[in-house]
Ligand binder design. Structure first.
Ligand code: FES
Length: 254
């Protein structure tokens, strides 16, 4: 959907395309009010209505960026005004991790914003879109518009859809019994491991069966790291040995 509607990138002219996920009860109504009040703002934005920012799946942001959006805005009710009580607080917690995910897929985190706009703030909505369009113009077109998407990005997006990562990020929304800092470090570590494992499974899917050495060459991971991941993937029933080549085991997806 996004690719067909990409903003222009021709001869010095660049009009960014921004995808906005707006909660039904506040921000969508605020955007509507901006329209009916005839506030002027750029046409760079495409609005997608969601019921609440708390129901927003972070992978939708990554997918929009993968498909060529130059920026993504998530807009919801002001803190304390969420119609489902805590949806916006939950989104706020997840947003930090989302920004890290955006950085991990090779996109500037400034391209993604979380903002609060109420149903009566049509003026604020118009000003916000103007400001964001201007900021993204300064950043230039999304790198994914100008070059093909690196394999690491595909692996990172798949990693963020994985059950394990979703679970730990989801847990961050509730009170955890360990220090916040330690929790963040743990999530960062799991994020890294998941991305690397998805790089391996992607390579096996496209080119398998492969030896550990071949996998290291394709993914750029250190041989001992590759071996560690293969042992874990084998233990989890995701890969199996599939014969030998040059006195090394060949691995393939189950
Ligand atoms: S209903 Fe608007 S953020 Fe939850």
């Amino acid at each position: 959907m996004v690719k067909e509607n990409l903003g222009k990138v021709a001869e010095g002219e660049f009009e960014p395309l921004i995808i906005a996920y707006c909660c039904n009860w506040c921000s969508y109504a605020g955007a509507d009010l901006a329209g009916t009040s005839r506030f002027e703002y750029p046409t760079n934005i495409r609005i997608i209505r969601i019921m609440c920012t708390g129901r927003m799946d972070s992978t939708l942001v990554l997918e929009a960026l993968r498909m060529g959006a130059d920026g993504v805005l998530i807009a919801g009710c002001h803190p304390g005004d969420c119609h489902y009580q805590k949806g916006n607080f939950m989104m706020e917690k997840r947003f930090d991790y989302l920004k890290k995910a955006v950085k991990n897929i090779g996109i500037e985190p400034e391209r993604v914003r979380l903002e609060w706009v109420s149903a009566s703030e049509g003026g604020k909505w118009a000003a916000l879109v103007r400001e964001m369009a201007e900021e993204i113009k300064q950043l230039g077109p999304s790198p994914f518009r100008l070059r093909s998407i690196p394999k690491k990005t595909d692996a990172a997006i798949d990693a963020f859809k994985s059950q394990r990562l979703r679970w730990v990020v989801g847990r961050s929304q509730i009170k955890v019994e360990i220090e916040e800092q330690k929790y963040r470090q743990t999530v960062d570590l799991i994020m890294q491991v998941e991305i690397e494992r998805h790089m391996i499974t992607l390579a096996l899917k496209e080119k398998g069966p492969l030896t550990a050495e071949e996998l290291s060459q394709i993914t750029g991971l250190q041989p001992n790291k590759t071996m560690q991941h293969l042992i874990a993937l084998r233990r989890d029933g995701i890969v199996i040995e599939a014969g030998e080549k040059n006195n090394q085991y060949l691995y393939q997806l189950v």
